[in-house]
Design a protein. Structure first.
Length: 263
């Protein structure tokens, strides 16, 4: 389905938003929240899902070309912002999907307010510990090691490393500074989140890449233990972005989940 970008101002912050799919209010809205690396743009899995959903993919405040507002201090601030965004766009029965840092934001949203949600999907999400341990310290890793942990496919990691050499270094620096401010103390988790995950009262799908070396599948197991009724799907031959490396398996798992939500 055709997609486009637009700018939306909420809580005094102007952000970029990618949108695609039917906008006749008959198609359910799917809101995708990106990870710490920044907005991935319109990805093939979004295009696939936009045949059945109105896909809305905002760029967080503090990232890329979106504003970095003075009130943005914590991941909770992002959660409240995106709840306000759902209200501003008058979205209901939302399928909320977040990956990595965006998964953490989505979980923080859901423990606060599920009144506009029909379902929640967390993809390789940070936000909690596994066995009391945080994720590895990504900021102390060499870039090549980070990418080898990110991708299951070494060739993808090599291509991404080459792309970084010619990328927009100002955007990379802005994104990194925001992530450090919001998520690094303590490292990519909220010690208070786990005790409130039981409040999530919508269906929950957890999707992990079996070869994710940044947020390993035991973090998915930890989320499943804390969210009543949550289902965990681990996709083989996929790392930290299973929707890219194994798009078919990812979309199939998501479609099955979304049908259960609508039924």
């Amino acid at each position: 389905m055709p997609h486009h970008q637009e700018n939306i101002t909420v809580d005094g912050a102007a952000i970029r938003v990618w949108r695609g799919g039917p906008r006749d209010r008959k198609a359910p809205p799917l809101v995708f929240l990106h990870g710490a690396g920044g907005h991935p743009g319109w990805r093939p899995f979004m295009e696939t899902l936009s045949a059945r959903f109105e896909v809305i993919a905002p760029e967080h405040p503090g990232f890329g070309q979106s504003d970095d507002p003075p009130w943005l201090d914590t991941v909770a601030d992002l959660a409240y912002f995106h709840l306000d965004l759902l209200r501003a766009l008058r979205l209901d029965r939302v399928q909320l999907m977040g990956t990595s840092l965006g998964g953490w934001v989505a979980a923080e949203m859901a423990v606060r307010d599920t009144s506009r949600l029909a379902g929640l999907t967390l993809v390789c999400a940070v936000g909690i510990t596994a066995g009391g341990n945080p994720i590895p310290d990504i900021f102390r890793m060499p870039v090549d090691e980070n990418l080898c942990r990110y991708f299951a496919d070494p060739e993808r990691a090599a291509r991404r490393l080459a792309d970084l050499a010619v990328g927009d270094h100002e955007v990379v620096a802005k994104n990194r500074a925001t992530v450090v401010r919001l998520a690094y103390a303590p490292r990519f988790n909220n010690p208070q989140l786990g005790k409130w995950l039981h409040r999530i009262d919508v269906p929950v799908l957890l999707v992990w890449g079996a070869q994710d070396g940044l947020v390993p599948p035991e973090f998915g197991e930890a989320y499943r233990a804390l969210i009543p009724g949550a289902r965990l799907v681990v996709i083989d031959k996929a790392g930290h972005a299973p929707f890219d490396e194994q798009e078919g398996a990812f979309v199939a798992a998501y479609d099955e989940f979304a049908q259960c939500c609508s039924g």
